[in-house]
Ligand binder design. Structure first.
Ligand code: PEP
Ligand code: MG
Length: 541
């Protein structure tokens, strides 16, 4: 007998295979008095060394530079002098090795969090480090992604960025998490790897290891207890893409289908007309010092060279809140999502933005890609105007802004008087319009992109663009949902940008509706009172 669990479809594709749960963190045993402090310090140091070596080895063997860098930073934390001194002091104060390690890492974690949002990534790294060192001290297996020796469906409460970076599509058939939302970074990384994914799936953690499940990443369904002959996964197949990369409705209306990327490697084989969102902050997320001009020019050029003659929209660093960058000044603020993030960081560190814009312009001059640039988290017309002036002075003529703040959506017509295009970031626009943290699984219903109020904001932007003949794209994760893409086109959006793996599904959906049908679906979705009714509008046309 099979059981059906429902969640949110976060990355399309289906997969069937045995489920395995991400290892639980080790539990600390009951404390005992320390009789041999020197021996206890040695035990703690030996565990820290072993963890450092293990992580460094995995960094050397990593398949891509981003993963290698994440792991190298983690390895260096295990060797950190301050941490080691703190552990020795805690042991001499009477704590056994695993307790001393846990206490000292908890202290550092609290200090990082108190320092503000910018160091949040490091805090997550410390949690992982603590679990590894404690496990080593206790002689328990290292907590890690399951390794059953055959492909499997990964079950977890949520994935730390480092876990998500290590997902191997040859081993992991699909991902199911009990927390998370459509726009959480787990979902974004899973989509980037083309892994069928269901998030916010209640009951997921009750699935016993080895139980065969079927994951439908488009419908957000997990069937528990199937018994098919063998594990399998069906992902969107990029090689099946037609040579003509232009997205079209059934009656031939052109909609540019673009890629969301963090580095050039993600463009390999991507069936896209260009790049709609190049998240440059992902290149430098583990840099302690600001990246130099030359390093930036090289990284941007790599992307531009992969898209000769095609449109590439580079987003300037979007740091702060859920995407801290260690080298950018942190605001000492209780609510980082409402603080210095995105373009606002330039209020305290204008030089970093200036250097980045010059590096983009330098890289653009030596390539044939049609480079455009846009700023994240723009709120007012004057912010947009200042950013546009900075870019144009540097020789970048085509400038846009992201619409992620409701105030900007409401003034989109005026913003279009000073920039050339808009790109709607539905992930953050949902967060700010619905006052719901984009990482919250519990509020996933509010973050549902089918919320009619979100559609109203997108409609406002699209109408502003249509009135003056300027492009308005959507680059939030919602553009990857084929049915939602039909509605966006009906609202008047001119391009859709998404993880490359999602493009074939969206292309097929657009090709089956003519523009009038898209418009009818959009009107019905706008008139709906809730997300379910809005979704149903598309299935009715
Ligand atoms: C968005 O907010 O919709 C967006 C595309 O930006 P990010 O997800 O990188 O914040
Ligand atoms: Mg955003």
């Amino acid at each position: 007998m099979s059981e059906l669990l429902r969640g949110l479809g976060a990355s399309a594709g289906t997969a069937t295979g045995p489920a395995y749960r991400l290892g639980d963190p080790p539990r600390l045993p009951r404390p005992r008095p320390v009789t041999d402090p020197d021996g206890e310090v040695d035990r703690a140091y030996a565990a820290m060394d072993a963890v450092r070596d293990d992580i460094a080895q995995r960094a050397d063997a990593a398949a891509d530079p981003t993963t290698a860098e994440i792991l190298r930073v983690q390895a260096s934390l295990a060797a950190d002098r301050t941490l080691r001194d703190g552990v020795a002091m805690a042991v001499r104060a009477g704590h056994e090795a695993p307790h001393a390690v846990a206490a000292v890492l908890a202290e550092h974690r609290a200090a990082l969090l108190a320092a503000g949002g910018l160091l949040a990534t490091r805090a997550a790294d410390l949690d992982d480090l603590r679990d590894r060192v404690v496990a080593r001290c206790l002689g328990l297996p290292m907590p890690s992604l399951p390794a059953p020796g055959h492909p499997y469906v990964l079950i977890a409460m949520d994935l730390a960025p480092a876990d998500a970076a290590l997902l191997d599509p040859a081993q992991v058939l699909a991902v199911v998490t009990s927390a998370g939302s459509f726009v959480s970074h787990t979902a974004i990384l899973a989509r980037a790897r083309g892994l069928p994914t269901v998030v916010a799936c209640g009951g997921a953690l009750d699935i016993a290891d080895g139980t065969v499940v079927t994951v439908d990443g488009a419908a957000g369904r997990v069937t528990v207890g199937d018994t098919p002959a063998e594990a399998q996964t069906t992902r969107p197949r990029l090689n099946d893409e037609p040579v003509d990369l232009r997205g079209r409705t059934a009656d031939g209306h052109h909609i540019a289908l673009l890629a969301n990327i963090g580095c050039a490697a993600e463009l390999a084989g991507a069936p896209v007309e260009g790049v709609g969102l190049f998240r440059t902050e992902l290149l430098f997320q583990h840099h302690v010092d600001p990246p130099g001009a030359q390093e930036q020019v090289a990284a941007y050029r790599e992307v531009f060279e992969a898209m000769p003659g095609r449109r590439v929209i580079v987003r300037t660093l979007d740091a702060g809140s859920d995407k801290p960058l260690p080298f950018l000044p942190a605001g000492d603020e209780p609510n980082p999502a409402l603080g210095l993030r995105g373009l606002r960081v330039a209020r305290r560190g204008p030089e970093i933005l200036r250097t980045q814009i010059e590096a983009i312009a330098t890289a653009a001059r030596s390539c044939t890609a049609r480079v455009e640039v846009m700023a994240p988290m723009v709120t007012t017309v004057s912010e947009a105007a200042q950013f546009a002036a900075l870019c144009r002075d540097a020789g970048l003529p085509t400038v846009g802004v992201m619409i992620e703040v409701p105030a900007a959506a409401m003034r989109s017509a005026q913003i279009l008087e000073v920039v050339d295009f808009l790109s709607v970031g539905t992930n953050d626009l949902s967060q700010y319009a619905f006052a719901a943290d984009r990482r919250s699984g519990e509020l996933a219903d509010l973050l549902d992109p089918w919320q009619p109020a979100l559609l109203s904001l997108v409609a406002l932007c699209a109408a502003a663009g249509a009135a003056v003949g300027r492009p308005v794209g959507v680059c939030g994760e919602a553009a990857a949902d084929p049915a939602f893409a039909v509605v966006l086109v009906g609202l008047g959006v001119t391009s859709l940008s998404m993880a490359p793996a999602a493009v074939p599904g969206v292309r097929a959906a657009l090709a089956s509706y003519n523009l009038e049908e898209c418009r009818a679906a959009a009107q019905q979705a706008l008139a709906a009172t809730d997300p379910a009714a809005a979704r149903a509008a598309v299935t009715r046309i």
